[in-house]
Design a protein around this ligand. Structure first.
Ligand code: AP5
Length: 214
């Protein structure tokens, strides 16, 4: 059965962290729109440099840029057995496109990771990511074995440019206006499940496993 999981939630709710754990457990690819955009930015593609102007301000990248990147991934051989998506869709237009891109085979579940603004601002200010492989850390909850160094590839950990308080608050505001309406969109399709994003990582992961029953 094709397994399709959409991780929805505000910035810092844990979509990337939880998604990468579930990806290992289920053997499904994790497709992150934020990572895809950062990859394009790093490679200096036209789409990447267009997207960068929006990302640095904490605003959404235009739908057409993101949809093209995601469509290429989801319709490719990597996602034949299913996928976990983090950070997409983020607008009603993206959600409607996703409905047309993805076939009806198998099962789709949407997990809404819920967390409060002040909690998220504090959590994101303590996030560090590997500049090489992108692995996500938290200075208190999920620290690397050696300070400042990625456990997996040995490269230096960095703070994302958009993890400054002013930009985080802008991203939260954009989330409320543009992305939160998707909660109702998926609730009306009866595929939405709410899970706290503020708990321990192990608890969040096991709750999602119970919901999905995969
Ligand atoms: P993106 O990279 O998607 O950022 P985001 O949605 O703001 O989400 P984050 O990556 O900040 O947080 P997360 O929920 O993945 O949390 P994480 O697991 O890292 O997007 C960046 C930008 O790209 C956007 O602003 C926009 O410009 C653009 N963009 C992307 N997609 C787009 C789209 N579809 N349309 C238009 N524009 C788009 O966790 C956060 C921290 O908490 C980490 O330190 C982690 O270690 C820790 N942590 C997480 N869970 C736990 C836990 N349970 N217990 C303890 N610590 C935890």
């Amino acid at each position: 059965m094709k397994k399709k999981l959409i991780l929805l939630g505000p910035p810092g709710a844990g979509k990337g962290t939880v998604g990468s754990r579930l990806s290992v457990i289920w053997g499904l690819p994790l497709i992150s729109s934020g990572d895809l955009l950062r990859e394009h930015l790093k490679r200096g593609t036209e789409a990447g440099s267009n997207a960068g102007k929006y990302m640095e301000k904490g605003e959404l990248v235009p739908d057409e840029i993101v949809i093209k990147m995601i469509e290429e991934k989801l319709t490719g051989p990597l996602c034949r057995e299913g996928f976990i998506i983090d950070g997409f869709p983020r607008t009603i237009v993206q959600a409607e496109m996703l409905d047309t891109i993805v076939d009806d085979a198998g099962e789709t579940k949407v997990i809404y990771l819920k967390a409060g603004d002040d909690f998220l601002v504090e959590r994101l200010s303590l996030r560090r990511v590997c500049g090489g492989c992108g692995k996500i850390y938290h200075l208190v909850n999920l620290p690397p074995l050696k300070e400042g160094i990625c456990d997996f590839c040995g490269r230096a950990l960095i703070q994302r440019d958009d993890d400054k308080e002013e930009i985080i608050r802008r991203r939260l505001d954009v989330y409320r206006r543009m992305t939160a309406p998707l909660i109702e969109y998926y609730r009306s399709k009866n595929i939405l499940h709410m899970v706290s994003g503020e708990g321990k990582l192990e608890d969040t992961v096991s709750e999602i496993k119970k919901i999905a029953k995969w």
